[in-house]
Design a protein around this ligand. Structure first.
Ligand code: 13P
Ligand code: SF4
Length: 356
């Protein structure tokens, strides 16, 4: 991580506004590492204050909101984000939103989901290159071919998929509701796309629950989560007695089997906040550790998390530019028929998600 450089002219904001904003940023970010071995300090917060003030002003002027996934940089989440969280939470917020514009600081499939659920808003992405190895692993045409091979199967897509893939699916799921939704489906055969490793975790969890389903999976993996190994976990446990291991269901089933908790990024945060333990190993993207450093600064993390190169394409500079003067490639557009079909799979997800 590195400090963003502001290009604003000095003097755009008053000294009092800049001081107030710097204080606000410093209070939020002071417990976060901004680079290995370096924490956000007052001077670093002062450097980005003109940028966060400008973005927050643009939001007010344009009736815009910023939805920020927990994996993006903490200066985006806490500096300018209106809603922060996991894919499920952010899709609910997009659906409820009355904003004219939504900036999605995350990856493109998440912004597409926001457009599907909030079609009247202009949805923009800071960087069109923010793909996802899962979403990019399968096309709508691939799903149609698979449906031809397994016509009796329910088609379940993980939310990390394109609008085209969602449009071909019976129901969408997230890491937080995947087991509960699949368990409720009447079909005994499930075609699950695009995460092969999550499919392994679904098989294991449904077996544990005594639910008999045949899960057929496509071959995508997350390039962040597929690298963690059970040997890493064993080595960390030997070095840090009392360690709690917290994993995302995009990890392999071998890793999930040796973790203390497996769940969505939102679930992982809740688990850490509610668990007294000397150390935690987070088998996920490092942004989640940044969020916990802000919201639960007493907790100790032993490293091990990894960076998602797509999420890290987001920056405050790009957020400002996308709000102020979005290029056509930054504006999410969807064919209306495709959007309606994709919305159907997501609305079915909301219906089948157990209410807390
Ligand atoms: P969550 O829905 O758990 O936030 O996961 C999104 C994601 O991309 C994980 O890699
Ligand atoms: Fe996609 Fe993995 Fe990045 Fe999540 S962490 S956005 S699944 S590549």
């Amino acid at each position: 991580m590195s400090f963003p450089v502001t290009t604003l002219e000095p003097g755009t904001f008053t000294p009092a506004e800049l001081e107030g904003e710097t204080d606000r940023l410093f209070r939020a970010l002071m417990s976060v590492d901004c680079e290995p071995g370096r924490r956000w300090d007052y001077a670093a917060c002062r450097r980005i204050a003109p940028l966060t003030l400008e973005i927050n002003r643009l939001k007010r002027e344009q009736n815009a909101v910023i939805l920020a996934h927990s994996y993006v940089e903490p200066e985006i989440i806490y500096g300018v984000g209106d809603f922060k969280g996991d894919s499920y939470f952010l899709s609910l917020k997009a659906r409820e939103s009355k904003a004219d514009k939504i900036v999605f600081a995350g990856v493109v499939f998440m912004a597409e989901t926001a457009k599907i659920l909030s079609p009247h808003a202009t949805v923009v992405v800071p960087d069109r290159g923010s793909g996802c190895s899962l979403a990019d692993s399968i096309t709508g045409a691939d799903v149609r071919r698979l449906k031809g091979l397994y016509p009796d199967a329910a088609v379940v897509c993980y939310i990390n998929s394109t609008a085209e893939v969602k449009a071909e699916s019976d129901v969408c799921v997230t890491s937080g509701n995947v087991y509960d939704i699949i368990a409720q489906l009447p079909q005994s055969r499930i075609l699950f796309v695009p995460d092969r490793l999550m499919a392994d975790n679904v098989r294991a969890e449904l077996k544990r629950r005594g639910v008999g389903k045949e899960i057929i999976a496509s071959d995508g993996t997350c390039i962040v989560h597929d690298r963690f190994t059970a040997a890493d976990v064993a080595a960390a446990r030997a070095k840090f007695p009392g360690l709690r291991v917290v994993a995302h269901p995009e990890c392999t089933a071998e890793v999930a089997a040796v973790a203390d908790y497996v769940g969505s990024t939102g679930g992982m945060m809740k688990y850490v906040k509610n668990t007294p333990a000397p150390y935690f190993l987070m088998l996920t993207e490092c942004g989640l550790v940044g969020r916990l450093q802000v919201e639960d600064p007493e907790k100790r993390f032993i490293g091990g998390c990894r960076l998602c190169p797509y999420m890290k394409l987001n920056s405050l500079e790009k957020v400002r530019q996308a709000l102020a003067t979005p290029r056509p490639d930054q504006i999410v557009t969807l064919d209306d028929d495709l959007r309606r079909r994709a919305a159907h799979a997501i609305e079915r997800m909301f219906e089948l998600t157990p209410k807390p």
